[in-house]
Design a protein around this ligand. Structure first.
Ligand SMILES: [Zn+2]
Ligand SMILES: [Zn+2]
Length: 177
């Protein structure tokens, strides 16, 4: 019981820091995509892994917008000499990107979004707007710690976490009002 109280206090304290805003409908998305590609290249160099042409193309396609994309959508958009033979090639590229924290898989949609801050320690929560279909990450280290502690108190060690929140983004709420 005492542990539970401690978790709540921790959550209230650190949870008060501002979360990154859900991407506005109107924004310079070219900047999102360019900065994500730059970060991806830097991470791959630092880790000594290869961002091959196919992996780079797949990541670019994921970053086309903030709407999650599935492997078959990506396959359909790949063209030219790099066009892979079939879905397994695309899945392998996505696995690579996921393992290196460059994309996150949204289990409920079986689709992927690009990570704007690759290399973060925790699996993020994913906010999904059911009106415009865009998705974004939510990071809250206090919530992460609270969950880990609560799980530990329950005698459980978390190895993988999936937190997906469905709702309405600010833009869609404003349009509905
Ligand atoms: Zn953007
Ligand atoms: Zn991320």
């Amino acid at each position: 019981m005492a542990a539970g109280v401690e978790v709540c206090q921790m959550g209230a304290k650190a949870g008060s820091k501002a979360a990154a805003p859900f991407p506005a409908q109107e924004h310079d998305h070219g900047h999102c995509a360019t900065s994500a590609m730059d970060r991806a290249a830097a991470i791959c160099t630092a880790r000594g892994v290869r961002l091959t042409e196919l992996r780079r193309r797949v990541l670019e396609l994921v970053w086309t917008s903030h709407r999650p994309v599935g492997a078959y959508d990506i396959l359909a958009q790949l063209g030219g000499p790099d066009r892979p033979a079939g879905p397994p090639t695309v899945y392998r590229a996505l696995d690579f990107l996921q393992e290196n924290g460059l994309v996150h898989r949204i289990a409920s949609l079986n689709a992927y979004i690009g990570c704007p801050d690759p290399g973060h320690a925790f699996a993020p929560g994913i906010m999904i707007c059911e009106e415009c279909g865009r998705a974004a990450e939510l990071h809250d280290s206090a919530a992460d710690n609270a969950l880990s502690r609560a799980a530990a108190a329950a005698g459980f060690a978390i190895t993988r976490r999936t937190i997906e929140m469905v709702g309405r983004c600010r833009d869609c709420a404003a349009q509905a009002a």
